[in-house]
Design a protein around this ligand. Structure first.
Ligand code: GDP
Ligand code: IMO
Ligand code: MG
Length: 428
């Protein structure tokens, strides 16, 4: 069997959690392959709302196995809080939530380093979620990190102390920030018990065994392709490979085993944190998108920057990921617009093109827009693609035409059931 992938094609928060939760019933395993508690994946069903940071979004579907893959970085404190939330909601996860031994651990001083280095950058700050992501991946590639499997070692405390001392040395060279290491350290060591209570596995053997047995596996991306460490708007990116290629090293599967790649984009565009955003709106339309779309970060609560959909940007990430299906989310947020815009080309360096420049941060890019008529009606209760307003279908057909990938799902609201499968009536 092959592994299907769901990932975000913009700057994150495309609605990955909702779509993974919906599709999970078609799979036996859902696996996170990168990122960590910087992610906030929102699920809404039966009048309840959950935000997951580390745990895969298949956890609410009974029977399904969920794997936190080796490419993920785990903060035991966040994980413990998340597991507490699951228990409160009556979710039985004990036998269904596995964690790869090779996943790296976020320690409290990683978070302090994140905060201190952001302070040092001043105006040039990345706008990190301050969850310690960058410093943890730095220790991973710098070959200093601590991994989940290490907590079983006798010398774990010693290894932790060595890493802590290294961090304290680095912190001394950075701007002063307030922290209470003793308290956080105590919490962190207590939280390791939650991690120990989970099934630790050799993730790469586990996943390949599942595939060999004919099990259906879905990889759940975090962040978005424009935040990819190699291809995103560097340096305003996260520290992992968020694109399809990240599935291979984040889970230990071979490229030939990648199946469908389901790319998610909002019907418009958002970004949280600093960095270039060519179609960002600073007018009342941007404000309206933020209000109507409830565009506030699921992890940090920060207001998200809003703008029109950016087709050159999407063509780029579709290319990078080998997207085979498109999911359009939050189309309902456009319900009240008279006119809807989409950037179809960029102008920079005296040329009109749909290619992104080497460095979006360094080149002033002028997006060239086309306008499309709005549909000016609510989409509540629309469950069939054919029942969408004519102008909504025309807008979606335009996106499909420009992007060259079939749209297979359209999301019309935050709830699990607010989803239209193109050509098929949705079942929840
Ligand atoms: P993720 O990080 O990609 O999982 O996305 P987030 O959960 O951070 O942000 C998406 C937000 O949009 C959440 O608040 C979802 O409940 C909400 N959402 C998802 N799909 C839709 C939709 O089709 N319409 C509306 N209005 N909200 C949606
Ligand atoms: P999900 O999975 C949106 C952004 C941060 C910041 C940059 C680096 O919910 O889509 P980091 O904490 O990784 O050092 O932050 O990346 N960012 C996200 N933006 N959604 C996310 O995750 C994000 N994870 C990180 O705002 O600009
Ligand atoms: Mg999110």
């Amino acid at each position: 069997m092959v592994i299907d992938v769901i990932l975000g094609l913009q700057w994150g928060d495309e609605g990955k959690g909702k779509i993974v939760d919906y599709l999970a019933t078609q799979y036996d395993v859902v696996a996170r392959f990168q990122g960590g508690p910087n992610a906030g994946h929102t699920l809404k069903f039966d009048g309840q709302k959950f935000v997951l940071h580390t745990v895969p979004s298949g956890i609410f579907r009974k029977e399904l196995i969920n794997l936190i893959g080796n490419g993920v970085v785990i903060d035991p404190i966040t994980l413990r809080r998340e597991l507490g939330g699951l228990r409160e909601a009556g979710v039985e996860y004990a036998d269904r939530l596995l964690v790869a031994k090779k996943a790296h651990l976020i320690v409290p001083t990683h978070r302090y380093l994140d905060a201190a280095s952001e302070t040092a950058k001043g105006h040039a700050k990345i706008g990190s979620t301050l969850k310690g992501i960058g410093p943890t991946y730095m220790d991973k590639t710098g070959r200093n990190g601590l991994r989940v499997g290490d907590i079983l070692l006798e010398e774990f405390q010693e290894r932790y102390n060595t890493l802590k001392q290294k961090h304290l040395g680095l912190l001394a060279a950075l701007p002063n920030i307030d922290f209470d290491l003793e308290t956080e350290e105590k919490k962190w060591f207590e939280a390791l018990d939650s991690l120990r209570s989970l099934k630790m596995v050799d993730g790469e053997y586990f996943i390949n065994q599942q595939l060999a047995e004919g099990k259906r596996v879905l990889a759940e991306g975090a962040q978005g392709s424009m935040l990819d460490i190699d291809f995103g708007t560097y340096p305003f990116v996260t520290s992992s490979n968020t694109v399809t290629a990240g599935v291979c090293n984040g889970l230990g599967v071979a490229p030939k085993n990648i199946g469908e790649v389901i790319g998610i984009t909002k019907a418009y565009c958002t970004r949280v944190g600093s960095g270039p955003f060519p179609t960002e709106l600073f007018d009342e339309d941007g404000e309206f998108l933020r209000k109507e779309g409830q565009e506030f970060g699921a992890t940090t609560g920060r207001p998200r920057r809003c703008g029109w959909i950016d087709l050159p940007q999407l063509k780029y990430t579709i290319m990078l990921n080998g997207v085979t299906q498109l999911v359009i989310t939050k189309i309902d947020v456009l319900n009240k617009f008279e006119k809807i815009k989409a950037a179809t080309k960029y102008r920079y360096d005296g040329q009109v093109t749909d290619r992104l420049p080497y460095d979006l941060c360094g080149v002033p890019v002028e997006p060239l827009y086309k306008s499309y008529p709005g549909w000016k009606q609510a989409l509540d209760g629309v469950m069939d693609y054919d029942d969408l307003p004519v102008n909504a279908k025309a807008y979606l057909a335009t996106l499909e035409h420009h992007l060259g990938v079939p749209i297979t799902m359209v999301s019309t609201g935050p709830e699990r059931k607010s989803l239209i499968l193109k050509g098929v009536e949705a079942t929840v």
